[in-house]
Design a protein around this ligand. Sequence first.
Ligand code: RB5
Length: 144
Amino acid sequence: MAKIAFAGDHAGYELKKHLMDRAVSMGYEVKDFGTFSEDSCDYPDYAHPAAEAVESGDCDFGIAMCGTGNGIQMTLNKHQGIRAALCWQPELAVLAKEHNNANILVLPARFITREMADKIMDAYLEAKFEGGRHQRRIDKIPVK
Ligand code: RB5
């Protein structure tokens, strides 16, 4: 079963815990890159190691979150091998996988319910990359 890198700041701490437990109950292996409490912290400290784990293949893909999702997504996408997609409804997660082969799903923890997060995560996990013209496009994303 795939191994998922999880990362988030204090604003995403509770949601990360919930989604990690859920992923484990679904049979996934998980690696928690922190943060490990609700104490105020800086999302790049957790985003960079998680991005490196996905880039290196140590983890197959990732799920990350902060309050808005923006800060952690910006950080993750600094890594050339990362395509992190901020999704606040399931349809966005489906398209992020089908068209962009997003390798990190990003959630805005303060703007979605736990139930919505579950639906988005399921949509992301079930969707398949379509390849073809989308592969050509994502091949052009990295800065050489
Ligand atoms: C933390 O208060 C908040 O700024 C952070 O979680 C995130 O929303 C930043 O983009």
